[in-house]
Design a protein around this ligand. Structure first.
Ligand SMILES: Nc1c(NC[C@H](O)[C@H](O)[C@H](O)CO)[nH]c(=O)[nH]c1=O
Ligand SMILES: CC(=O)[C@@H](O)COP(=O)(O)O
Length: 158
């Protein structure tokens, strides 16, 4: 179901695990920072709303979404980090560069998650236009950051 038909900020909150003692890494790409900062704010707000402590949300920035994988690995290998949320926005350009980034990041984050046996959440927008990004970063389709955060919370039930 596309985001156009499912608000990203509306989700089930039944049977959520207690995450009051869990530590989250929030890895944020600086490219398209108006969008990624809005996504990160949504993720941060959602984590606190569902039980995380302010001091247990550790934000680090990277230049672009391609660098999310390396930073996610650095955070996931820390013994005290329970989940990693990766935030980015890769807007389609004139070339296929966005495809290479998106595929690398999707595969890379999955690899890190499995290697360190921890949730690593793909909170990366891959829109065709800037408007599509804004619509999903607190606009008409909700906030992908909210969705990424509640996904991290839910995955800590495993
Ligand atoms: N065009 C976008 C980029 N490009 C930069 C790459 O992510 C990377 O930093 C560079 O290739 C050097 O390794 N990044 C985004 O996050 N969003 C874009 O739209
Ligand atoms: C996804 C990108 O890196 C993008 O901004 C590059 O744009 P272009 O494909 O027009 O060079």
């Amino acid at each position: 179901m596309s985001s156009a038909h499912k608000n990203l900020s509306i989700f089930s909150t039944e049977n959520l695990p207690d995450v009051s003692d869990k530590k989250f890494a929030l890895v944020v790409a600086e490219w398209n920072e108006e969008v990624t900062n809005a996504l990160a704010a949504g993720a941060h707000k959602t984590l606190l709303a569902y039980g995380a402590k302010e001091e247990n949300v550790i934000r680090v920035n990277v230049p672009g979404s391609y660098e999310l994988t390396f930073a996610a690995q650095k955070m996931a290998q820390k013994a005290d980090i329970d989940a990693v949320i990766c935030i980015g926005c890769v807007i389609q350009g004139e070339t296929k560069h966005n495809d290479y980034i998106n595929n690398a990041v999707a595969q890379g984050l999955t690899t890190v998650s499995l290697k360190y046996d921890k949730p690593v959440i793909f909170g990366v927008l891959t829109p065709n236009t800037e408007q599509q990004a804004l619509d999903r970063a607190g606009g008409i389709h909700g906030n992908k950051g909210d969705e990424a955060a509640i996904t991290a919370v839910k995955m800590l039930a495993f």
